[in-house]
Ligand binder design. Structure first.
Ligand code: SR1
Ligand code: MG
Length: 404
């Protein structure tokens, strides 16, 4: 019997005891063990346990309510889902996700590789750091994990087994509300709208029926098109990075959905980084971000196409015209989700520091209007965004429209 035989929310002292029990292979120096709670996300608790001999582990535990709002009750099974998908992603894209040492369905906790030699990408980009390998690395990760779990390449029964295993209704419900609904009507009265742009938001987002129709189409698509095992929350706070390496973590929102959801999340969050760099006059940083936006779109599509050609197993999907159609749908979804993520992080409940940390009110208002203007174009004209340059041009056109 151990105290960890029944679920409870751990303190830092508990996490030390837990690490000793669950990760004995670390050969801990018990005397010098320490623990800090380092979670800065909206949902979970993250403990970093170390000792004086250089051993360390990250323990992540799911609570029964979200950290961002106690009103939000959540199934702690998300920790199992997250652990299992990290193991699977590690097989599909070795070296791009942290190693999982164990997961525990009683404590709803897992132990994973400590990536302290990396930084959280959003935090690093707030200091306008540049990572020249990022576009190549994230595009490899997405191509291998996303294409590798489709019906195009997988045995269809095995794919359905995965789909069943990773059905994730509660976290999908959060995205359906926070990404696909509330930014367009504030129906739960929890949007965070920056006061100087309140009228702009009303006109451009709350009162545009044509936009609502497009978002409704995209919402139903998100809920019904089981294309690929997506990460489901691939923003720059879900990426650890350093000069040599990109590691993706925090896939608790994963489920079988449209793969453009992940690619669009990456692009939108690079646009937030760009907006922050622009405010602070960081020209070199902004130029790099612009290259990343273009390269991530182009490289991901190139690598996905190559993966498709090399690994396609479905007889009908070997048809050349179908392959082109399929790749086009990914681009269109990527554009739409770039827009959806831009909008929901500006006006929704969960915002991003890239924007909220801009102190000058006028500059922040301009940045927010640029993001919303680009977003509407990304959504409404999603079928016309056929290359990386087109994505960048959408941003440039929005800047021109707001500064006119
Ligand atoms: C209640 S959770 C709010 C947001 O945080 C997560 O990282 C997801 O992006 C979610 O939408
Ligand atoms: Mg997260």
């Amino acid at each position: 019997m151990s105290k960890f035989d029944t679920y409870f929310l751990m303190t830092t002292e508990d996490a030390i005891e837990y690490a000793k029990l669950k990760v004995p292979q670390m050969e801990w120096d018990a005397e010098s063990m320490e623990c800090k709670e380092i979670g800065d996300g909206n949902l979970n608790y993250v403990f970093k346990v170390t000792d004086g001999r250089g051993h360390s582990v990250i323990i992540k535990q799911a609570g029964g309510v979200a950290r961002i709002s106690e009103d939000m009750k959540l199934d702690t099974d998300r920790n199992r889902i997250e652990s299992e998908i990290l193991v699977l992603q590690g097989k599909l894209a070795p070296g791009y996700v942290p190693e999982i040492y164990f997961y525990d369905t009683v404590m709803s906790a897992c132990g994973m590789q400590d990536l302290s030699d990396h930084e959280i990408m959003r935090t690093a980009m707030l200091e306008h750091k540049i990572f020249p390998k990022f576009a190549d690395q994230i595009s490899t990760f997405m191509a291998q994990v996303l294409m590798g779990t489709t019906d195009v390449v997988m045995d269809h029964q095995e794919k359905k087994d995965l789909q069943r295993k990773f059905i994730n209704p509660e976290l999908c419900d959060i995205s359906e509300a926070l990404v696909y609904t509330e930014p367009y009507n504030d129906e739960m009265h929890r949007n965070n709208v920056f006061a100087p742009i309140a009228d702009f938001v009303k006109e451009k987002l709350y009162n545009d029926e044509e936009l609502h129709c497009e978002v409704a189409k995209l919402k139903m698509d998100f809920m019904t098109r089981a294309q690929s095992l997506i990460h489901g929350d691939l923003h720059t706070g879900s990426i650890f990075i350093n000069e040599d390496s990109t590691m993706v973590f925090d896939p608790e929102f994963c489920f079988y959905g449209p793969m453009g959801y992940d690619i669009g999340n990456v692009i939108a969050n690079m646009i937030f980084a760009w907006a922050n760099g622009d405010v602070y006059g960081k020209t070199e940083f902004c130029t790099w971000v612009e290259e990343v936006i273009t390269d991530v779109v182009n490289l991901t599509m190139e690598k996905m196409r190559a993966y498709y050609e090399e690994h396609v197993t479905d007889t009908m999907c070997k048809n050349e015209a179908y392959k082109n159609y399929y790749m086009d749908t990914i681009l269109s979804d990527t554009s739409a989700v770039t827009g959806l993520e831009l909008i929901r992080r500006i006006v929704g409940m969960a915002n991003v520091k890239d924007i909220t940390s801009i102190e000058d009110k006028e500059k922040r208002a301009r940045a927010e209007k640029i993001c919303i203007t680009a977003a509407i174009d990304f959504i409404k004209n999603r079928d016309t965004k056929k290359c990386g340059r087109c994505f960048l041009n959408t941003l440039k056109d929005a800047i021109a429209a707001i500064d006119a």
